[in-house]
Write a protein that binds this ligand. Structure first.
Ligand SMILES: [Mn+2]
Length: 386
């Protein structure tokens, strides 16, 4: 449960200072500024309705944080019925840690929920965060009234879009929060009120969202606004919870996979490739995790980690080499159009669901794995020898 903005000030002893309010200046993102009033108007006009905040499928920290922040914004603006949903899974251990540690009240979307909304006499107001809808990563089949997003995309006609290609959606949400306040008892009550219930958790979430979506401020979409927002958030978040999420607990299967990756590795420094065999979808986060980890092995500059996950071969590539290009490695190993890479970091997914891996006899499985392994390793050998 999110509380209403706190009305009592905790620092009454400072009442001699003229304006001892805790209003923090907005970041000043132009798009947020331009759309703020229209946003507030739309919320005010529909205040009595049900509001549904939707993250994209398989939510990452940025979309979880954006949803949580939007929840605060709506309740600050007087909306009473607010729900948050996502499709897919929160499977990465860090994302699970984030949801648990910060107690983010978001729930999985289900058919019965969908039917309730279809049959509702008054349709709820849908808000999409960290995505625009109309794309593969949004499976909730309703049209949003409002979208807040930072991806390269265009909103459908008639949708109120707060959109800017900054490093994280959390930055836009944080700025929107910082831009909202109302007067109560001659005092400015800010939406971003450090003393309000759950505010520390929301600030923590948004900070983690910015940190992870910008890959620690390294992506080319990272802007000054992201730095600014992070600065404000980090002054108001929970250190303890932030560190719990950043240094999230690793489940034992990660260590099993690591041992296997170590045993299976083919290493000719500075290049290393290793396969994990068949991996359950819920454990597939091992692939990028181990790719990062092996990059730290002394003398290694290029790493490929791959596995068969359900009906697909998945791979992660990392390279700091001046002669090898991550996108090129993916194209050569997994085929063009099956993966994407930026700044030496990338991943690919090749569907092989024609094999129906889940009902295969063991010898076919081992045959399939041998073939995949042989093929990928041969190609890796060829491109790294050049
Ligand atoms: Mn994002």
């Amino acid at each position: 449960m999110l509380a209403k903005p706190s009305v009592t000030s905790k620092k009454d002893t400072m009442s001699d200072s003229k304006e001892q309010s805790n209003v923090i200046s907005p970041i000043g993102n132009k798009r947020v500024k331009a759309k703020k009033d229209a946003f507030c108007k739309l919320i005010a006009e529909n205040q009595q309705k049900d509001f549904v905040i939707c993250s994209h499928d398989n939510p990452d920290p940025d979309s979880l944080a954006s949803a949580y922040g939007m929840h605060r914004i709506l309740s600050f603006l007087g909306v009473e019925s607010i729900k948050m949903y996502y499709c897919g899974e929160i499977s990465h251990p860090q994302n699970r840690a984030m949801k648990t540690v910060l107690k983010i009240p978001i729930n999985p979307w289900t058919k019965p929920i969908e039917n309730t909304f279809i049959n509702a006499s008054e349709k709820p107001v849908f808000i999409f965060v960290d995505c625009m809808g109309g794309q593969k990563n949004m499976s909730i089949p309703f049209e949003p009234a409002i979208v807040i997003d930072h991806h390269k995309a265009t909103a459908s006609k008639g949708v109120l879009a707060i959109h800017d290609e900054v490093g994280a959606c959390s930055t836009l949400i944080a700025d929107l929060m910082l831009s909202l306040s109302h007067e109560y008892d001659d005092k400015q009550i800010p939406c971003f009120d450090p003393d309000a219930d759950d505010m520390k958790e929301i600030a923590t979430a948004l900070a983690v969202g910015i940190k992870t979506d910008t890959l620690d401020f390294l992506t080319e979409t990272t802007t000054d606004d992201d730095f600014q927002a992070y600065k404000v958030l980090s002054r108001n978040f929970s250190d303890e919870k932030y560190h719990k999420i950043v240094n999230y607990e690793l489940p034992p299967y990660v260590f099993d996979a690591e041992r296997q990756a170590w045993e299976n590795k083919k290493s000719q420094p500075p290049n290393l490739i290793t396969g994990l065999g068949f991996l359950d979808d819920s454990k597939s986060d091992c692939i990028p995790y181990l790719a990062d980890k092996f990059m730290r092995l002394q003398g290694i500059q290029t790493v490929v980690v791959y596995a068969i996950v359900d009906g697909a071969v998945r791979g992660s590539v990392r390279t700091s080499s001046s002669t090898l290009d991550a996108q090129n490695i993916l194209d050569e190993l997994f085929g063009q159009g099956n993966g994407g890479a930026k700044h030496g970091i990338g991943g690919a997914k090749v569907l092989i669901n024609v094999f129906d891996v889940n009902s295969m006899p063991e010898e076919e499985m081992s045959g399939l794995w041998d073939l995949v392994k042989m093929n990928i390793e041969r190609k890796f050998q060829r491109i790294t020898e050049k």
